[in-house]
Design a protein around this ligand. Structure first.
Ligand SMILES: Cc1cc2nc3c(=O)[nH]c(=O)nc-3n(C[C@H](O)[C@H](O)[C@H](O)COP(=O)(O)OP(=O)(O)OC[C@H]3O[C@@H](n4cnc5c(N)ncnc54)[C@H](O)[C@@H]3O)c2cc1C
Length: 394
């Protein structure tokens, strides 16, 4: 029997697995956790909306076939010569492997940033942010230091902006709970680039800025962080911002396992793939999602769930085709648009050539969740995941 492995059960890995199940092909999926995480919704989890457990789903629920083997293990290396994936618990041989390990934070060499900041990357880190902020608010009445209520968010891409939107809705509730003046908390966004949300047209960037500033956030572009000490963010301008909550959302690079295994990588550590999503170094290795460097025009595709999902579907189909000696499909990316939520009700974004903002964009963003759940497993999965679709339960 030909051994097929998928490594990583995020947006790319799970969709590759769904495709292989549909092709009736047995395979083994290795993932650090027994569950799939809804990473694109994590700003909600960090910002106090809904129960943390609503943002993950057991893999067996998504991949029910008995022929699908699920293994919980953390991969520590890939032995390309021996065609083995090495984990903490065991090592796993393959004839074909789909690598979908996702990303790691990119700190751009900023001194002290890794040691002194929180990240938003997983259900666990979302929970850590949520608990940390709540702890600061709970402690403030007894120890009223302003830095307890100052939240600094580095990076104004989708992750940072969506997190700010959630926090602007959540902080007034925390103020009410801990009897704190509503004007006391500060949310400061620091972005080195000249604009926020670079993936959106400038009219929508402006709209997002207006909405978030009206909700009380400070958005500072051209503000370059040069060093972070415990409780202090130092800017290139010489300014020192004092804050007990520093969250970094400023960038990602590929999971380090790809470069460590010697795959040909781009400067962000993403392994280069051909039009069929095979590694340029080995046509038995498929690489998808945030760890793949797929050239589109003169630059690699951006790391998004939308593209990871599409790549997973194509890679799963191509592995099944390659085993049967059938022709492979080229990956043709379809960028359907980008939507950013700006809190529980409103958003901004573009879908095709249509630009939208306000409640319409907020509702459109919610609909992308329904679409993803449907892709994962039809109406059954939409019903199952519906807890995280509600506007507010906590
Ligand atoms: C808060 C937030 C909001 C976002 N919003 C959007 C959005 O609106 N739209 C959009 O398109 N994209 C969005 N993104 C980006 C999107 O989440 C990623 O591009 C997407 O998750 C990439 O999919 P992937 O399959 O490559 O990796 P992931 O989904 O990260 O999956 C990687 C998997 O590998 C597992 N893994 C990692 N290391 C190991 C290991 N050593 N051993 C075993 N398993 C391992 C992980 O547990 C995970 O299951 C957002 C990201 C964040 C953080």
């Amino acid at each position: 029997m030909v051994q097929v492995l998928i490594v990583g059960a995020g947006y790319g890995g799970v969709m590759a697995a769904r495709r292989l199940e549909r092709a009736n092909y047995p395979f083994t999926l290795i993932n650090k956790h027994s569950y799939h995480q809804f990473i694109t919704w994590l700003h909600e989890a960090a910002g106090g909306r809904n129960d943390i457990n609503d943002y993950k789903m057991e893999l067996r629920e998504i991949l029910p076939r008995e022929t699908t083997t699920l293994i919980k293990d953390e991969v520590t290396g890939i032995d390309r010569e021996a065609r083995k994936v090495v984990g903490r618990r065991d090592s796993y041989s393959y004839d074909y492997v789909i690598l979908a390990l996702g990303s790691a934070p990119e700190y751009f060499g900023i001194e002290g940033l890794a040691q002194n900041s929180l990240l938003l990357r997983s259900v666990d880190t979302a929970q850590a942010i949520r608990e940390h902020i709540e702890k600061q608010f709970a402690a403030y009445p007894g120890d009223p230091r302003d830095e307890r209520l100052c939240i600094v968010i580095g990076g104004a891409g989708l992750t940072g902006i969506e997190l700010i939107g959630e926090l602007t809705d959540w902080l007034p509730k925390l103020c009410a709970r801990y009897k704190i003046d509503r004007d006391k908390p500060r949310i400061i966004n620091l972005e080195a680039a000249p604009s926020i949300l670079p993936v959106l047209p400038s009219a929508l960037q402006q709209k997002a800025r207006e909405v978030l500033e009206k909700k009380g956030a400070q958005l500072r572009t051209g503000a370059k962080i040069v060093r972070v000490d415990p409780g202090h963010v130092h800017l290139e301008s010489g300014e020192d911002i004092v804050s007990e909550t520093i969250i970094w959302t400023g960038g990602v690079r590929a999971h380090p396992a790809l470069a460590q295994a010697g795959f040909t990588c781009d400067p962000r550590g993403r392994a280069k793939v051909n039009p069929y999503l095979q590694s340029v170094d080995d046509d038995h290795v498929y690489i998808i999602g945030d760890c793949a460097s797929f050239q589109s025009g003169n630059r690699p595709l951006p790391p998004t769930a939308q593209l990871a999902t599409q790549m997973g579907w194509v890679a799963g189909g191509n592995v099944a085709a390659q085993i049967k000696g059938q022709p492979l499909a080229e990956f043709v990316p379809k960028i359907l648009g980008t939507l950013a939520s700006l809190g529980r009700e409103v958003g901004v974004g573009s879908v095709g050539s249509v630009q939208t903002s306000g409640i319409v964009a907020g509702v459109a963003k919610e609909l992308t969740k329904v679409k993803y759940l449907y892709q994962l497993g039809g109406l059954k999965m939409v019903r199952r995941g519906s807890k995280a679709l509600t506007r507010e339960r906590v």
